[in-house]
Write a protein that binds this ligand. Structure first.
Ligand code: XCC
Ligand code: SF4
Length: 652
């Protein structure tokens, strides 16, 4: 282990922009190895970079290492292998999101039948909306019946074999036509994932463009299928988010309370834990063990879910998970699925912290497995909280909690944004469209995705967000990107002062911050819904591809991010990834297909630009081009009206 490399103040700042993480590394870095040490001592495998070609291990004659001038044993070319590898990544990402969505669809059915203890339908209006989109009869039927049928129909979309998945109808009509024309409307969520796996098996699909079209069909099944189902049903069962204040970062751990961290992606058990942590009896029990109370906080997207609905503090994003344990203040970390480092199993052994896995899909050696089975939620949550409390007196190491916190505002569902814009009785995206048309808002940019140990933690998210709002671009965030900007204080209400004049005037008038936290990774589907409704509102073209918007994943690392980027591009948005490594770097053919080729076919593209300033400039120029095409690029003079002029206007 190369401890020397990062065991000094300067290099801590090189690996993270998060002050709390840097502080802990400064105190304890090197004593126990973390991902930052591993990243310093192990370079990325160079295969895949343009000079070294790419590797295929799709059959037992390989691995074959292939370059521009050399094929694999079977004759597969560089372009084919690059496309196949990427398609498989996308299929894995889509599978992760969709399996998460499937579980929620299943859960909705159990709740409808009263078989999920501690859970109920919280947002009936939202249930009606989803039921309608899925073609379920509403009439004056009982809410439970509607919920049961909605669950059944949602579940059927995963295994559907023919036709089209219903939710693509949320997209503008013109967009649906683009997909139909290119034959990429998903027939069923699972079916497209399976077909990617089949087509990338040795000797099947061997034309890069054709393989990538299937990857697109699979990704659309994620965004407009699995992920959308996950978001909608989470809102139905746990409430559609509304703006709420909260705090973030490691300073939210409490020295004198039982600290319980929820980490992963699934909201269900976490929601129950959060609610139960206020239970008087349990709080009394904690007091009997010498603690002042029970403090539930989160990491990664489970944190985003409970932040959006309950205001629970996210104490960190992906790269903070080990660092949080190193505070010595965590009694128990309960994890479900996705983005949980296996390293936690070994790391927690150095501390009193208990690591508990709960999903039937995820076990980690060294962790205690306590399985969540839909119907045992309340009982399991109580057991986990009790275990955390019992562990409080077992603290042995020195507690070190950095005094670093930031305020934030989160909870921007598409419904809430619409409500803020138009007011309770006239919910509408009109004010947003008007602000974009008159240039006060130049465009909307999604900054999404992960942390990546090869990139300074949070740096790109924060840089881009600052630069964009300064130039009057409204920024929407999800996932770890959202936690980044929250940690550096960009989501504080005062952050408005960093925004350009036009954006600030709108935000002040409407009462929203210039940076909107839309939720977890599956909630990127909220962005799709917003874009569709903005198109429908009128004045900005007829399709998502006409809108002055872009998507960026500057610190991505997970396969889910690749699936997200692909469905966003396929929905007509200019999408750009940064960071390293670049999975298609070796093949100019594949890069060309995903940029020029997709632009022609889908009106959106997925590009990789490693240099962050170059990336920013590209995003700005793409959006300005869209404004030009819409003929809204000429900045209209803003006339300030006095009271009389306002009255006169009203009378017209
Ligand atoms: Fe995971 Fe969603 Fe990535 Fe963060 S952002 S590292 S996927 S937790 Ni989605
Ligand atoms: Fe090599 Fe072809 Fe087998 Fe890939 S599928 S490992 S290129 S022989």
């Amino acid at each position: 282990m190369n401890k020397m490399k990062i065991n000094n103040e300067k290099s801590f700042k090189e690996v993270t922009e998060d002050k709390a993480v840097a502080e802990i590394l400064g105190k304890l870095g090197g004593e126990v190895p973390t991902i930052f040490d591993r990243s310093a001592s192990m370079k990325c495998c160079p295969i895949g970079s343009s000079v070294s070609g790419i590797c295929c291990k799709n059959c037992g004659m390989g691995p074959c290492r292939v370059r521009e001038d050399k094929t694999g044993l079977c004759g597969a070319t560089l372009g084919t292998i690059t496309a196949r590898n990427l398609a498989r990544h996308i299929a894995a990402g889509a599978a992760a999101h969709s399996d998460h969505g499937r579980d929620l669809a299943h859960l909705l059915g159990l709740v409808a039948e009263g078989k999920a203890e501690g859970l109920e339908i919280k947002d009936e209006l939202k249930l009606m909306k989803l039921a309608k989109n899925l073609g379920i009869e509403i009439g004056d039927r009982d809410i439970k019946e509607i919920a049961r049928d909605t669950s059944k129909k949602a579940l059927s979309l995963f295994g559907q074999q023919e036709g089209e998945i219903d939710l693509i109808k949320v997209a503008p009509g013109k967009r649906q036509e683009v997909w139909r024309k290119n034959n990429v409307v998903p027939r069923g969520v699972d079916r497209e994932i399976v077909e990617v796996m089949h087509r990338t098996h040795i000797g099947v699909d061997q034309e890069a463009e054709h393989i990538l079209d299937q990857a697109i069909r699979c990704a659309i099944g994620d965004g407009w299928g699995g992920s959308m189902i996950a978001t909608e049903i989470t809102d139905i069962l746990f409430n559609t988010p509304q703006a709420r204040k909260a705090k973030t970062n490691l300073g939210m751990l409490k020295e004198d309370e039982v600290n319980l961290v929820i980490h992963g992606h699934e909201p269900t058990l976490s929601e129950i834990i959060v609610e139960l942590a206020d239970n008087k009896e349990l709080v009394e029990y904690a007091k009997s063990k010498g603690a002042k109370g029970i403090n539930v906080v989160g990491i990664c997207c489970t944190a985003n879910e409970v932040l959006m609905r309950q205001g629970i503090a996210p104490i960190g994003n992906f790269l903070s998970q080990e660092i949080a344990i190193m505070t010595g203040a965590i009694e128990l970390m309960v994890v479900d699925i996705q983005c949980i480092m296996q390293a936690l199993g070994k790391l927690t052994k150095n501390f009193h912290t208990k690591l508990v896995t709960t999903s039937p899909k995820c076990k980690i050696s060294g962790a205690i497995h306590m399985e969540f089975k839909d119907s045992n939620g309340l009982e399991l949550a109580r057991e986990i909280i009790k275990m955390a409390i019992d562990n409080f007196p077992m603290r042995k190491e020195k507690i070190y909690i950095p005094d670093v916190t930031s305020d934030l505002v989160a909870g921007f569902s598409h419904e809430y944004i619409k409500y803020m814009l138009g007011g309770r009785f006239r919910e509408s995206f009109r004010p947003l469209n008007d602000a974009i048309i008159d240039g006060r808002i130049q465009g909307v940019v999604g900054v999404v995705g992960c942390n990546n140990a090869r990139v300074t933690q949070d740096k790109y998210h924060n840089f881009l967000t600052r630069e964009l709002i300064k130039r009057d671009y409204l920024v929407v965030l999800t996932g770890c990107a959202a936690i980044s900007t929250a940690k550096c204080g960009l989501m504080e209400p005062e952050a408005l002062e960093y925004a350009g004049e036009g954006l600030r005037s709108i935000c002040e008038a409407v009462g929203i911050p210039p940076i909107l936290h839309l939720g977890s990774c599956v909630d990127n589907s909220r962005i799709l819904t917003v874009l569709s409704e903005v198109v429908q509102e009128g004045g900005l073209g007829e399709d998502i591809s006409d809108l002055p918007v872009a998507g960026i994943a500057p610190e991505w690392m997970s396969e889910k991010a690749l699936s997200i980027g692909t469905y966003v591009a396929a929905s007509g948005v200019y999408t750009v990834f940064s960071g390293e490594p670049i999975p298609v770097e070796s093949s100019s053919e594949v890069k060309e297909i995903m940029t020029k080729g997709w632009q022609e076919k889908y009106g959106g593209q997925l590009e990789y630009i490693p240099d962050i300033e170059e990336l920013l400039n590209k995003v700005l120029s793409v959006i300005q081009e869209k404004r030009k095409a819409l003929k809204i690029d000429i900045k209209k003079e803003r006339v300030l009206l006095d009271m009389e002029a306002r009255r006169a206007l009203k009378d017209v």
